[in-house]
Design a protein around this ligand. Structure first.
Ligand code: SAM
Length: 297
């Protein structure tokens, strides 16, 4: 089962009408690198026109730029990262990050790893894992460019993460997923329901192992750039029923998570997740989980 009509019909059943979306380019200021410099004056002087993204702390739409935003001296100095607007949301959901032990389970190419380290002001420590060695090289280049000093990167399947024998205060699982059509014009032709089910299975395995690495007072953020409920609400419903986890309230851009999917009623706490249908941003799904016991909702 695949094709545009198939997915269009699914989205309609979930209460959303498929339409053409126009993504906007976004950057995120790396405050740790900027320190004291008037970044906005500097970027304006090279002709970069920016507009604050209302739902992000350090995110800006690029309105105009005389050169590619990846080719400026300011980019090479790590003063900003090119990071899609919705992709900036998952890291922003963690409470206090300074000085914490953080696990980034599926980290490459590293946009969120750099965001984590920036929010931590290079304190504490980040362990960044990915199975793909080539993608991890892109990550280490990012770390170097942004002068990140609190992060180590390993080629490791995150399903092996418990073998690190570390209890992490914060765990980010920005899971490998089926993606969505907004950033890939071939998406409808390339994806089938089977791919989605296969990804959902891998995500459950990753969730299981990621949760085993979480300290008793820890926070786990789960995110995907998939619009498919099997990879999102249905996985979260499974997680709260099968792992020692519960969903926390979050306050961010997006619509409440679905509590009914294709006729199946889910736990009411699923409304605590956020579903970001593509518009100016990518499609995204985010959720914040803590241990069932030991954390107040
Ligand atoms: N968090 C990244 C960022 O912000 O740049 C994007 C991550 S991307 C959505 C998913 C990543 O998961 C890919 O780099 C892929 O290689 C990695 N991956 C797939 N299976 C994995 C596994 N079993 N363990 C760790 N990483 C895995």
């Amino acid at each position: 089962m695949s094709g545009k009509e198939f997915f269009q019909d699914r989205y309609r059943q979930l209460g959303w009408e498929l339409y053409e979306v126009k993504l906007r380019q976004a950057i995120r200021i790396n405050n740790t690198c900027v320190r004291g410099k008037n970044i906005f004056l500097r970027l304006k002087s090279i002709g970069l026109q920016l507009q604050k993204i209302p739902f992000l702390q350090a995110g800006y739409w690029v309105l105009d730029s005389p050169v590619s935003v990846g080719a400026t001296a300011e980019y090479l100095l790590g003063l900003y990262s090119i990071q899609e607007a919705a992709a900036q949301i998952p890291v922003s959901l963690f409470s206090q990050l300074r000085g914490k032990k953080v696990l980034d389970c599926a980290a490459a190419p590293g946009g969120k790893t750099v965001q984590l380290a920036d929010a931590m002001e290079n304190t504490g420590g980040v362990v960044a894992l990915d199975v793909d060695k080539k993608r991890l090289t892109a990550l280490t280049n990012h770390l170097e460019r942004c002068r990140i000093t609190n992060t180590v990167a390993y080629v490791l399947d995150a399903r092996q993460a418990p073998s690190l024998a570390v209890e992490f205060d914060r765990v980010l699982l920005d899971a490998p997923c089926s993606g969505n059509f907004a950033a890939d014009c071939e998406w409808f032709g390339n994806r089938t329901l089977r791919d989605i089910e296969r990804n959902a299975t891998l995500q459950k395995e990753l969730l299981t192992k990621a949760s085993q690495c979480l300290s008793s007072q820890g926070e786990l953020v789960y995110s995907t750039c998939s619009l498919e409920p099997e990879e999102n609400e249905l996985n979260m419903d499974w997680a709260i029923n099968n792992l020692d986890l519960k969903l926390q309230e979050i306050d961010c851009y997006g619509q409440k998570g679905l509590t009914k999917v294709f006729g199946k009623k889910l736990d009411s706490s699923l409304s605590r997740c956020r579903r970001i249908w593509p518009n100016e941003t990518q499609g995204f799904f985010v959720a914040k989980l803590t241990r069932s016991k030991g954390h107040e909702s």
